[in-house]
Write a protein that binds this ligand. Structure first.
Ligand code: FAD
Ligand code: MG
Length: 328
């Protein structure tokens, strides 16, 4: 399925000084923009344009994107990419190393094998891949197989089957670009990743296993929040839940663990960081999460399967759903 940017204005646009709400679609997910400043239609046009441009560069599903070209390329063939793509790949390299490859932008062959890619995902499966398929595919899900040449702005891969997927970082970067475009006051959400400019906003965290809100917190000026979980893209096979975040063993994060993380929210000034780390924190142990929270100046909360939660980085929020209790 290809993403399209559609436009529905849900507030009247009779003047330039009005609060304006906009909903659309980008990166295969929902976009909503709420502005409380002048010249809102121009800002919305600019945000849409910037996000559409980024999607055209980074989508695995759009023929001709930088990432699609790299994925299709033969081994040892340099592919010239846009500055924005290179910037994301450079950050991806840093975060891949910092998270001991929990954040792995070269995971795409496994995402496809498990049918979690945009083309393959239907929300259901009768069988899962075999252990042999998983281990043979895992062998080339290695970001070290991608060589980044900053001077030439090229990327080449040394293994012909290696492929990239920026699905856990590009949305967050898009959020950063969009918030920068807002001049004074507003907020926006891209598939549940939220960014604020100006007045702080109260944000609710969904209960990963129910309709009630888990908790509420205030997101301040220029802050972003991203949430990863086992309930966004998943299916059940033989009564077991399989979800789209694949860990360094080649299986969905937490599979077979007694009390896995099922949802992680990360807050920071950089959406690129919140997006990538919310994914990695679904995989990493708590001590490593605390270390990385310090290093990248972020805070947040991890919700575990047994309805306990742990905060990191000095995160404060109001617990709404009292079925949950503090683990650490
Ligand atoms: P996150 O936790 O932020 O990311 C999880 C995603 O990252 C997985 O779905 C997988 O793709 C990848 N991933 C899995 N494990 C790891 C890992 N260990 N390290 C790094 N990455 C990992 N979806 C569509 O259905 N149709 C589209 O046309 C479409 N186009 C897109 C275009 C772009 C540019 C992007 C960025 C995404 C697109 N998507 C599309 C995917 C979709 O919007 C979300 O990215 C996806 O649903 C997961 O986002 P998330 O925030 O829920 O999870
Ligand atoms: Mg993410």
């Amino acid at each position: 399925m290809l993403a399209i940017v559609s436009a529905i204005f849900i507030a009247a646009l009779s003047g330039c000084n009005q609060k304006q709400d906009y909903v659309g679609f980008v990166f295969g997910t929902n976009l909503s923009i709420h502005l409380n400043e002048k010249q809102t239609s121009k800002t919305i046009r600019q945000i849409n344009g910037a996000l559409a441009d980024l999607e055209k560069l980074t989508s695995t599903a759009l023929v001709g994107s930088d990432i699609a070209k790299i994925n299709k390329s033969a081994a040892n063939t340099p592919i010239t990419v846009a500055k924005a793509t290179f910037y994301l790949l450079k950050w991806s390299k840093e975060l891949y190393l910092a998270t001991d490859s929990a954040f792995n932008p070269a995971i795409f062959p496994l995402v496809k094998l498990w049918n979690f890619d945009p083309e393959g995902y239907i929300g259901a499966a009768e069988t899962i891949p075999s252990a042999e398929q998983i281990s043979s595919t895992l062998a080339y899900c290695n970001f070290d197989y991608f060589l980044l040449d900053e001077k030439e702005l090229t990327v080449s891969k040394t293994h012909p089957q290696a492929m990239l997927d920026l699905g856990a970082i590009a949305k967050g970067y898009g959020l950063d670009m969009a918030v920068d475009i807002i001049k004074s006051n507003g907020f926006l959400s891209i598939g549940g990743s939220i960014g604020v400019k100006g007045d702080s906003k109260n944000i609710g965290i969904h209960d990963p296993r129910g309709g009630k809100t888990f908790g509420v917190f205030a997101l301040g000026n220029n802050e972003k929040v991203s949430t990863s979980g086992d309930y966004h893209r998943f299916y059940f096979a033989s009564g077991i839940r399989y979800h789209h975040i694949i860990d360094p063993t080649g299986y969905p994060a937490g599979l077979g663990q007694e009390n896995p993380a099922i949802c992680v929210s990360v807050i920071a000034k950089s959406g690129l960081i919140t997006d990538a780390l919310s994914t990695a924190f679904m995989i990493l142990p708590f001590e490593k999460i605390e270390q990385l929270a310090k290093k990248y100046d972020c805070k947040g909360v991890i919700i575990y399967a047994d309805k306990s939660y742990a905060t990191f980085g000095g995160y404060e929020f109001e617990l709404i759903n009292n079925e949950y209790s503090k683990a650490i």
